[in-house]
Design a protein around this ligand. Structure first.
Ligand code: FAD
Ligand code: NAD
Length: 404
């Protein structure tokens, strides 16, 4: 690479990072800057599809594609390695297997599961973070069914699947599990009544950001398909085979325990000495880290304030993709000595899936959707994001077209 050109390094090839890299290849001429994209794997995955991988309702390969299929290695240097930390004073990124310097840096390394220090949760619960952790959940559940079937003294507790937290991830996972469990029962010839899917949620309701009628609809839809809710019940501890919950420390036994109780920013942020708000960096309006002229922080690593509501915007793929557009444009402005633009979030609505053919959503400035209509909308949203990142070929190959 020509060392006289400014070097722009993007960390992470998720929604925010991959989109930033793509936009930079379009906005800048090759002679203007050297571009580098660093990612742990040689593939990008759709984080928003991981609950389906975890339940086993889609194949892991459907949720990922090769980065080199959408970013030309002739235009962007692709490094497949894990970021350890950023040494800001030296403008250097330390990787597991090397290091790289930068002139401009984009940190888009996504989230990690947040266990809030609940005793035993980190060690004993599975969580949905990436393709590997999601595939582990799928394999673990299937193993429980297979070993129950082959055991001489089968224990029905082993067939219980416990999900901790009924936010978006928990609810979308429950919807997929409600589809998958009957398939597994058929495959292993186990009576469906022996399998429990139990959700434990500290708040009195699931998904409080939706109107009451949509919440009631989603709760009933999942209950009708065999999900048991323990609402208003806090998880106090996680053991290797149970949650300890509520004021009386009741024990709920299970063979599979999944924590979907929240997320926080990638630990690379704390390793790199950034000042953090609940694990994320509170970015300036132009998405740069405070006091850093040349470091942008995007996606789930960024704490972006909604000034009107006086709280941060929720961490979503929708927001991460929008961050990428503004970041790429601001990097171009920095190279051209032009003023930077402020990030303004454009809310396009929210849909939560409840399985393949059911969902709830608020779209198009307040229109409420539920059932098949909402499920169809969710597939449009998922396919749109896939198209934006992967283009028409990847959409044709990996898009969601399963009829329902
Ligand atoms: P990610 O897309 O997670 O990408 C991070 C990238 O960084 C990954 O490629 C990862 O491999 C890489 N990486 C991580 N650590 C390292 C390291 N140390 N070194 C190198 N590379 C690293 N949002 C919505 O808007 N709509 C939805 O329907 C929706 N559904 C969701 C469903 C689930 C199950 C989950 C978990 C989240 C969902 N979200 C949804 C939230 C959304 O997925 C995130 O907000 C979004 O992925 C954030 O984008 P990002 O680019 O910050 O991180
Ligand atoms: P979340 O923070 O939204 O939900 C976590 C849930 O766990 C909360 O309801 C919380 O009350 C509960 N919880 C926490 N501690 C608990 C305890 N000790 N006992 C019992 N319950 C407890 O986290 P998430 O669901 O992982 O979602 C993370 C982000 O990803 C969200 O902000 C969301 O915007 C985004 N997301 C969006 C979609 C979508 O748009 N369809 C889907 C998935 C995720």
């Amino acid at each position: 690479m020509n060392s006289n050109k400014p070097k722009i390094v993007v960390l992470g090839a998720g929604y925010a990072g991959l989109m930033t890299a793509k936009r930079l290849t379009k906005m800048l001429q090759p002679e203007e800057a050297d571009l580098v994209l660093v990612n742990k794997h040689n593939y990008h995955y759709e984080t928003t599809w991981l609950h389906e991988v975890a339940a086993g309702t889609i194949n892991p390969n459907q949720a990922r594609f090769m980065i080199s299929d959408v970013i030309s290695p002739n235009r962007v240097r692709l490094i497949y390695d894990s970021v350890v930390k950023v040494e800001k004073e030296d403008k250097r990124v330390v990787l597991e297997n090397g290091e790289i310097t930068y002139d401009y840096l984009v940190i888009a390394l996504g989230f990690k599961s947040n266990t809030f220090g609940i005793k035993g949760m980190e060690e004993n619960a599975l969580s949905i973070v990436d393709i590997d952790s999601s595939r582990e959940i799928r394999d673990h559940i299937e193993y429980q069914f297979a070993s129950y079937k082959n055991s001489e003294e089968p224990n029905t507790d082993d067939l219980t699947i416990l999900v901790g937290g009924a936010g978006f991830t928990g609810i979308e996972l429950l919807g997929e599990l409600a589809e998958r469990v009957p398939e597994l029962c058929k495959k292993y010839d186990i009576n469906r009544s022996k399998v429990r899917i139990v959700n434990v949620e500290a708040m009195p309701s699931i998904l409080p950001m939706f109107d009451k009628d949509l919440v009631a609809y989603a709760t009933k839809s999942l209950e009708d398909r065999g999900v048991e809710f323990r609402l208003g019940t806090a998880i106090n501890e996680c053991t290797p085979d149970s949650f300890i919950v509520g004021e009386n420390n009741e024990e709920i036994k299970a063979g599979t325990i999944i924590w979907t109780g929240g997320v926080t920013g990638n630990p690379v942020l704390s390793e790199s000495g950034f000042e953090l708000t609940r694990g994320k960096v509170t970015v300036n309006g132009d998405l740069r880290a405070p006091g850093e002229e040349d470091i942008f922080i995007l996606g789930d690593c960024a704490w972006v304030m909604d000034k009107e509501a006086d709280r941060p915007f929720p961490p979503t793929a929708q927001a991460a993709l929008q961050h990428a557009e503004v970041c790429a444009s601001n990097i171009k402005s920095l190279l051209h000595d032009e003023p930077l633009e402020e990030f303004i979030f454009e809310d396009r609505g929210t849909v939560a899936s409840l399985g393949v053919s059911d969902a709830i959503g608020n779209v198009l400035s307040g229109t409420k959707l539920k059932g098949k209509q909402a499920a169809a909308m969710k597939k449009v949203v998922d396919n749109r994001a896939l198209y934006l990142l992967g283009g028409p070929k990847i959409l044709l190959k990996k898009g969601k077209y399963r009829p329902f």
